[in-house]
Ligand binder design. Structure first.
Ligand SMILES: C[S@@+](CC[C@H](N)C(=O)[O-])C[C@H]1O[C@@H](n2cnc3c(N)ncnc32)[C@H](O)[C@@H]1O
Ligand code: SF4
Length: 457
């Protein structure tokens, strides 16, 4: 449906097309660069459009960057006009708008100029400004790395979720072997964890483990954690919280936990196969409160046919709990999610209102947006935003989204990252996704990860 003579642009132009619900049947694109001018010609369903942009090119990287921007903006303009639709992030398709803003600022430019040119909404430019402000004092290219420990098990699989995680009932027989591998991996990364900025045990649902198994993970992680380091356990689903598990987290120095409602509607919880109730959310919160953790609640806008009022009610209820962090996701359905595979998903048309309302409610309640990212296929082309009360922002989330620090990631489907030249170049090292293969190859993974981080001969 899209043909271009500029191969490196094909996927990015398709990303622009995918933002629109209505899509043309044919797009032809041709590109020419001459005397500092970028010529982008499009033929969309027989209609011809010609664009000319000037830009200063000093090397191949800048040349490609500018061509990407000009071509995407040109196509965005055509489609936006043709279908009468504007996107919240305009022609920007990348998943890290704040990283782009930092790149502009660090090269002495005002990111607002670029964002305006790319037709990002006023509200989103403001959001990025607020996030950059909230990251002052956290955003750092100066030192350290972050640790991630993957627990890819859950009580059941939620209908919207495409993470590589499996219901514990079906994977129980792997658990002991998996924990042995984690113990080995955690011991092996000790030489890499000299100056950790944060640690994160995530999933999946770490609290699906029973107390004995959870303690194995915490015990194996403990030698890597120095006092005072931010330490999150994404405990997860409210139905698996116990006082014993929470006490254990406290004993092992965990500072932050996630209790994830997703919604405060029992009807929606039932539809998405969460197998817990709103009562369970409050119970988990009450159990956790006395330990003094920083508490994060995750919500999702656009679940099933949920109406704006239901979502707003959920945001208000999340605020009423007094949680320190509230993360507002917008539904993003990828392959692997039951809702998408079974075509039971009805597109929710109210996500824009939900996003606007969540911003209003959370900022009025004193929360600041402190990190954000976008995903493919995200409802209404919106974003996920982490909100925090002053002084409670999660360093791990900022580091991962801004890609300023190395990430040492262990477990199945864990992706380690090495950051070079302050983020100008990133290299990744992924372990196996499938549990059985991960366990078979763990020794190889350990050796290769150490090499990846330059720690073995
Ligand atoms: C890695 S998941 C783990 C959370 C934990 N297992 C739980 O569900 O409570 C982190 C968060 O991503 C969000 N999430 C997962 N799937 C999503 C999707 N398809 N669209 C939008 N957000 C999603 C949810 O808010 C979830 O809490
Ligand atoms: S949303 Fe959380 S609990 Fe549900 S399947 Fe995904 S990772 Fe597991």
């Amino acid at each position: 449906m899209l043909t271009t003579d500029c191969k490196f642009l094909e996927n990015e132009l398709m990303d622009v097309v995918r933002m629109f619900k209505n899509r043309p049947t044919s797009i032809l694109h041709s590109f020419r660069f001459s005397d500092g001018v970028f010529y982008n010609d499009f033929t969309v369903e027989g209609e011809v459009y010609a664009f000319k942009d000037e830009g200063q090119v000093c090397d191949e990287i800048i040349y490609k960057r500018l061509e990407r921007r000009f071509a995407k903006l040109a196509l965005y303009r055509i489609l936006s006009e043709k279908y009468g639709e504007k996107m919240p992030w305009g022609a920007l398709t990348g998943i890290r708008p704040t990283k782009l803003a930092y790149t502009e600022l660090q090269s002495g430019k005002d990111f607002r100029e670029l964002f305006e040119k790319m037709q990002v909404s006023k509200e989103n430019i403001r959001l990025v400004e607020d996030i950059l402000k909230a990251q002052e004092g956290i955003y750092s290219k100066a030192f350290g790395a972050d640790l991630f420990v993957s627990i890819p098990f859950c009580p059941t699989k939620c209908a919207y979720c495409s993470f590589i995680t499996a219901p514990i009932e079906k994977t129980q027989h792997f658990l002991d072997g998996y924990l042995q591998c984690l113990e080995k991996e955690l011991a092996s990364v000790q030489p890499l964890c000299g100056s950790l900025r944060s640690a994160y045990i995530g999933g999946g649902t770490p609290f699906v483990l029973n107390e004995t198994d959870l303690e194995r993970v915490l015990k194996a992680t403990a030698p890597l954690i120095k006092g005072g380091v931010e330490y999150t356990v994404e405990a997860g689903r409210p139905d698996v919280f116990t006082d014993g598990k929470l006490q254990m987290l406290k004993d092992y120095g965990v500072t932050r936990i996630c209790i994830n409602p997703q919604t405060f509607s029992n009807e929606t919880l039932e539809k998405i196969g969460r197998k817990h109730t709103v009562e369970d959310i409050y119970r988990a919160f009450e159990l956790s409160e006395k330990y003094g953790f920083i508490i994060n609640l995750d919500l999702i806008a656009g679940l099933t046919d949920e109406r704006t009022e239901t979502f707003i009610d959920g945001v208000k209820k999340a605020v009423q709990t007094g949680a320190d962090n509230i993360t507002v996701h917008c539904l993003s359905l990828k392959s692997g999610a039951k809702m998408k595979e079974e075509l039971s998903y009805i597109e929710n048309d109210f996500v824009a209102d939900m996003v606007a309302a969540s911003r209003e409610i959370l900022s009025s309640a004193g929360y600041q947006p402190y990190y954000m990212y976008r995903q493919k296929y995200q409802a209404g082309n919106h974003e996920n935003v982490g909100w925090t009360k002053a002084g409670k922002a999660c360093v791990y989330n900022v580091d991962v989204m801004e890609e300023t620090t190395d990430n040492i990631a262990v477990g199945a489907n864990a992706v380690s990252k090495r950051v070079f030249s302050g983020g100008a170049r990133i290299e990744r090292f992924a372990s196996q996704k499938d549990l059985r293969t991960y366990m078979e190859k763990v020794d190889e993974t350990i050796e290769n990860r150490l090499k990846f981080f330059g720690k073995s001969e």
